[in-house]
Structures are given as structure tokens and as C-alpha cells.
Design a protein around this ligand. Structure first.
Ligand SMILES: [Zn+2]
Length: 238
């Protein structure tokens, strides 16, 4: 896990029932999966310009509710020229911001539903997508539909887990590790379904959480999206 930023925000926005007058710092993770032949980046964190001054970077105050902080951008953490593929869990700014930093030759794998939603004005508005994050990467996009065997050998499975956004996906690595993305921000969300205050489809999100919970109950480690207690940068140990 790479630490590619954080956002500090009212607790109650991010977990139903938490206090609105308490500020919490939420880590923003990205991951590198290394195999013999591949070096796969999962999500890309904040754009450095957004972290510095989100209103100026995006030309609007769409992120005024966040106090964005940059710990280190993804290109300071790893040499992006060594990355062979990028998997996007979804298009929110804290996952897609670093796309603009990638070399133009790197394929970016995303669910078709998410990509279509990212270009539909009503879905963009509903989901707080910021098109500046992904406007420059059209040529690199590889669309997948539903669950997908990323390397054609069963080792890495992309799991369609919609709800938080229309085409959100999670990443299953082997039998024992799942990068859940933002299906739940907190590990406890798999059980209590206390999701953030906003979602594309809460019912779909609950079904996706149940799907990941079943994998956890069968013995997998499921990494949550932004849980400050769980997400410690460095090698992920099982
Ligand atoms: Zn997120």
C-alpha cells in the first residue's frame, strides 16, 4: 500500500451516525501488485494540484467540504514508468486524480459502467465526478464488463461491486486478499452497512458489501477504502 494523500472532513459524512462536528483524517491508499511480469497500480490518489489548492485545480469549489492534504503524490512514491497496468476502482477524485501523471502508454482498466457514468452529465453530478481527473486518458482506457480475470490466469480477479458509484470494482488477489475499494470506507461497514451519506445506489452498495463480507467470512482479508485504523502504508500482510 502506498500512502498517496489524505482528506480531513466531518466524520458524519463518511459513516452514518458519526458526529458532524468531529473532524477525521482519512488516509488515501493506492496499491502496487507485483508479479513476475507485471507491476499493477490500483488507484492513483489525489492530483498534486488538487491537494495544494482544490478550488484552483478544479476551477470550482466542488471539494470545499474537504480539507485535502497531500502526503506524497503517487509519482513521488514509485517510478510510474515501471507500471504495466492501472486498475481503477472508481472515478472519484481521491482515486483518479493521479491518472494525469501516468505515462501515456499505460493501459487503464475500468468498468464500462463507470466510464459511461463518468461522461453522463446527470451521473457526473450525482456522483461528484470531476472530469478534469480523467479527461486526458481516453486513449489508455480498457473497458471491462462485470467480473474479469485480469491476467487470464485466475490470479487477479476484478469484481464488479457497484453502489458507491455506478461501476465500482474491487480487486481480488489470489484467494486471501481483496482490495475492497470504497464499497465500505471502514472495515466495520461490511457488517454494519453504515455507509457515507452519499452513494449512487445504497441498495446495490449493501449487496456489494455482502458479497465482500462473504469473501471475508470465507477467510480473505478485505481492505476497506479509507479506514484510519486499518490502512497502514507498506507491505500488506495476511
Ligand atoms: Zn475514496
Amino acid at each position: 500500500m502506498l500512502d498517496v494523500g489524505s482528506f480531513t472532513s466531518a466524520a458524519g459524512i463518511w459513516r452514518r451516525g458519526d458526529e458532524m462536528d468531529r473532524q477525521v483524517r482519512f488516509p488515501i491508499p493506492a496499491y502496487v501488485i507485483e508479479t513476475a511480469e507485471e507491476r499493477i497500480l490500483v488507484d492513483t490518489g489525489l492530483h498534486p494540484g488538487a491537494a495544494e489548492d482544490a478550488a484552483r485545480h478544479y476551477g470550482s469549489d466542488a471539494l470545499g467540504m474537504f480539507e485535502l492534504e497531500l502526503d506524497a503524490s503517487v509519482d513521488q512514491r514509485i517510478d510510474l514508468s515501471t507500471i504495466t497496468k492501472v486498475v481503477m476502482t472508481h472515478l472519484h477524485f481521491d482515486h483518479a486524480g493521479g491518472l494525469a501523471l501516468l505515462p501515456a502508454s499505460v493501459p487503464i482498466i475500468i468498468q464500462r459502467r463507470e466510464w459511461v457514468a463518468g461522461h453522463d452529465p446527470a451521473a457526473v453530478k450525482k456522483n461528484f465526478f470531476l472530469m478534469a481527473d480523467y479527461r486526458t486518458v481516453d486513449e489508455q482506457i480498457v473497458l471491462v464488463d462485470g467480473d474479469h480475470d485480469l491476467l487470464d490466469d485466475g490470479s487477479i480477479q476484478l469484481l464488479l461491486t457497484p453502489g458507491h458509484t455506478p461501476g465500482h470494482q474491487s480487486v481480488r488477489i489470489g484467494e486471501r486478499l481483496v482490495l475492497g475499494g470504497d464499497v465500505t470506507h471502514f472495515a466495520s461497514g461490511l457488517d454494519d452497512h453504515r455507509f457515507p451519506a452519499f452513494a449512487d445506489d445504497f441498495r446495490a452498495q449493501a449487496e456489494s458489501a455482502d458479497r465482500l463480507r462473504a469473501l471475508r467470512d470465507a477467510g480473505a482479508v478485505v481492505r476497506p477504502g479509507h479506514d484510519p485504523e486499518v490502512l497502514v502504508p507498506g507491505p500488506v500482510t495476511l
